[in-house]
Design a protein around this ligand. Sequence first.
Ligand code: CAA
Length: 258
Amino acid sequence: VSNYENILTESHDKVGLITLNRPKALNALSSDLFHEVNDALKKFDDDSSIGAIVITGNERVFSAGADIKEMADKTFSKSYVTNFLGHWGEINNIKKPVIAAVNGFALGGGCELAMSCDIIYAGETAKFGQPEIKLGLIPGAGGTQRLTRVVGKSKAMEMVLSGRTFTALEAEQWGLVSKVFPVGEVLEKSIELGQELAGFSQPVIQAAKESVNAAYELSLREGCRFERRIFQALFSLNDSKEGRIAFEQKREPKWTHD
Ligand code: CAA
């Protein structure tokens, strides 16, 4: 359907699937690849037949991070003026739930891309890490920020300062990963979760995502105020009326997404 060179896109009954597809470079996130991911995310976000998005790689590698070869001739002035990696932030504007289905390596920018998703499901052999220190760099797409908020200072420092990799089970214990599955089941379980989320009212799912994300930006007091205002506003939706009526009538609700 699309002319992408570095990714594949398909839909699975209300779920948009984006597969990183530069296997020879271990799905290194070149600028071209990331622009394609952004484009595909935006198209799925704008498509009313899609209710959730899954990003995956292959069974060996989710992504080995930013494209190191592309960074070979980078200078401070060039990367500053062009705001190198600035476009990686566009995923944060996606309104629908985005699930990362991670198998194999999720390193550097690959780990950061996974952490930019709303939920991470991982295969038993997945390995997470921020190895930039070994390249004389630091993470540049949220690795020092998102990771620290999720796993706390000591573990984030250990990951970022040592560049060591960590297993899926460790990542699950720390709360970085939501669930771990056998390698062959991760994608299927991620799509199933996406379908479950896509089965709810789209404006309500969007409000729930926006509200959870506010926890990262606001104080507890402001966050709870934001949540309560959105909660109150949802009473104006037909879907929230339908939800309550269906509960009383002991039947499944029929969402009209308005
Ligand atoms: N960028 C560009 N190419 C990469 C790459 C990357 N991040 N990672 C791997 N490749 C390429 C290799 O150069 C190699 O290409 P050739 O066949 O042309 O030589 C091919 O992918 C296969 O890689 P390996 O031979 O190294 O495979 P391996 O199985 O021996 O090792 C690995 C796998 C441990 C993941 C290793 O490839 C590796 O350490 N990769 C780099 C990981 C890394 O440092 N990521 C951080 C990047 S910086 C960053 O992401 C900044 C940021 O915060 C945004």
